[in-house]
Design a protein around this ligand. Sequence first.
Ligand SMILES: [Zn+2]
Length: 473
Amino acid sequence: MNLRRHPLVLALVLGATSLLIWATLGIAANFGLHPALAIPGLLWLTTLGLPTSFGVVVAAAVWGRFEPLTGFIGFAGLAIVLGLGSQAVAHVWLQRKAAAARAAGRPWKWQHLLARGGMGLFLATIVLWVTYRPPAPLAGAVDGHCHLFGDEGWPPIHKQTCGLSPAQKANHSYGLLTRLLRLPPTGDLNELYVEALVRQAREAQEALGAFRVVLLAQDCRYTEEGEPDWDHSSVYVPNEHVFRVVARYPDLFIPCPSLNPQRKDWEAELDYCLAEGARVLKIHPPTQAVNPGDPRFRGFYRKCAENGTRVMVHTGAEHSAPIASQTLGDPRFLQLALDEGCTVIAAHAGTKAFFDPPAEDHLPDLVSLVANHPRLYADTAVLGSQFRWRCVPAIVGTPSLLPRMLHASDWPFPSNALVFWHRLHPFTLVALTAEQNLFLRDLRLKQALGMPPDSFQRLDDWFPALESTPQDP
Ligand SMILES: [Zn+2]
């Protein structure tokens, strides 16, 4: 079949190829995409696939902003329809123009079109070269949100072993992360994970001069009586494991134990964490099925405040683990901890994935809370990832939030520069999609998106680097 005689078939073939390239680049950008693949892919999407790209971008621009335009499957459906539709319309229009040119005795010649395209590309490259500004170097940084995971069988032993439930292993994040960190299906997962983590953190330290990482434990769910509830828990990383790893690399990691205030031994556990040197701890309401605004936790927060321990609380939507309810991510529940005098970090700044319902966007609630609470901070964890591309620009566009923002990656959840294509210089976009180190990719992406230098260094003041132990004479 001569495709030139069948413009609609040609349009559908080009459109389908473009959609496939969008999906492939989008997934591959999580893993680090070599420029030899990224550049031809991006060239295709901005030339032959331009009409399809237009349709995909329109779908992305409207999705999740209004009810009932929500959910990822619906977004994919709309992107396919609008992408193929735009490509078809463009081809019909081009065919008419070509026919008109033929009728006027000036038929299009492909040699001329190619020459013009080549010249356009050449000029565009020169403009890009002239306008590129490399990122300003940072005087060191602290990454405020990095996960330690492990697996020694399910159910784990409380306060001893790490575990991932069968439901957690069935979540899409498990396959993504094990592939990303090249973790083998067998072997000592705890140690292999630490090796991958330390390798990347050391690389970042060498690249930035000074770099440290806040390393997170993950407490489980508890029954009403405060006993571990393994039937409904999905991830468990005991505080003991975090302290052991931090003790091996004290120049690299800052411990952040996790404490579900519903556990009956919360006071003993808090004393243990304080004795181990914890200056921040984390609660994850949606996975731990706990409401951080429950007045029963007043004593817990008061003790944290008295001891100067910051409380980090997951806020906003959660998609990487089985959860009790998205409503538990509402930052307004932080009022109790703030009233008791705690310094609170709203992890993920109350944001949602782009396809979540508009009602799940709690960034505006966070902005109101920050205005009234000088001890409330927020982090940028996971906001560089493929479904959160509206969040960092919204934060950068809210000046009142910026003095309270803390840099955080959510390692090993990968940043994805491709979804920020329209906010990045093309050279930066290609360099960031190629970056294999997840700490550096995330940090440089947020820097390029306009997060202020202070946000990368604020935690350095909170957690002064350990002085080298004085030597006895
Ligand atoms: Zn996280």
